[in-house]
Design a protein around this ligand. Structure first.
Ligand code: HEC
Length: 221
């Protein structure tokens, strides 16, 4: 939310004291949250819905609104609210309808590699990718990966396939905010990015002993 403040500062530098009075009086002071309303107006007037990228994406749900104030969201005072938000997200998680957790790891790897989907040029019926490598190391054979999230290499080999472990990973992929209110990980299932079958394939990538994720680490690792 610094944008309006920066603009105001630039105008101050250009226009001197007379304008500075006007600009300052239009903003409700300085600091976090001060110009949120102005920024929201700017966002709403400049974003145009097109194709599957509809304008309602600008409407935040409770979780997003809460996490948009990161200082408050991370504060000890907000602990109870964080818990409530996590519980609300957990309550939306749909478990595998047939009790099977794992699909085909090869399809999971393709999904994890693909960052495609949900842009205005995508058709509504084109399956989305999971975009997982953008944030995670997964198969050790892939050398290009992001580090926003922890490495998932050896995921199943290290954790096993106990019911609680499988449930936690499933819930993480379906709705990452169910265990971490302001997680940086997208809510892939909750937001309709991935469906149940795709999530099973990703689970297999993480847990199937035959998946390269769980292969014996090589000497170079
Ligand atoms: C924008 C970054 C981002 C993307 C994309 C992303 N994740 Fe994550 N992921 C994270 C972060 C950050 C964490 C750790 C914080 C947390 O648990 O919320 C995490 C945690 C996890 C965990 C829990 C790790 C543990 O220690 O048990 C799993 C499993 C996981 N991600 C799987 C996936 C899969 C599968 C995908 C693709 C569908 C994916 N992630 C996409 C950022 C991301």
């Amino acid at each position: 939310m610094k944008h309006f403040a920066l603009l105001a500062a630039a105008l101050l530098a250009l226009a001197g004291p007379a304008l500075s009075q006007t600009v300052l009086s239009q903003t409700a002071g300085w600091g976090p949250g001060a110009d949120d309303a102005a920024f929201s107006r700017m966002l709403a007037s400049s974003f145009k819905g097109k194709g599957v990228a509809t304008i309602d994406r600008l409407t935040q749900d409770e979780t997003q609104a809460f996490c948009s104030n990161p200082v408050l969201a991370a504060s000890p005072a907000a602990a109870a609210q964080r818990q409530r938000i996590e519980a609300a997200n957990m309550a939306t998680v749909k478990w595998p309808s047939d009790g099977q957790w794992l699909g085909d790891w090869k399809q999971g790897e393709a999904l994890a590699q693909s960052g495609r989907g949900n842009t205005w040029s995508d058709k509504a019926d084109t399956p989305n990718g999971g975009n997982c490598y953008n944030c995670h190391q997964i198969s050790p054979t892939e050398i290009s990966y992001g580090t926003i999230g922890p490495s998932l290499t050896q995921y199943g080999a290290l954790r096993g396939q106990g019911e609680e472990t499988l449930k936690a990973a499933w819930a993480k992929i379906v709705n990452a905010k169910a265990s971490n209110a302001c997680s940086n990980m997208p809510r892939a299932g909750h937001m309709g990015i991935l469906g149940e079958t795709q999530i099973k394939h990703l689970m297999a990538l993480l847990f199937d002993p035959k998946s390269p994720v769980n292969a014996q680490p090589g000497p170079t690792k």
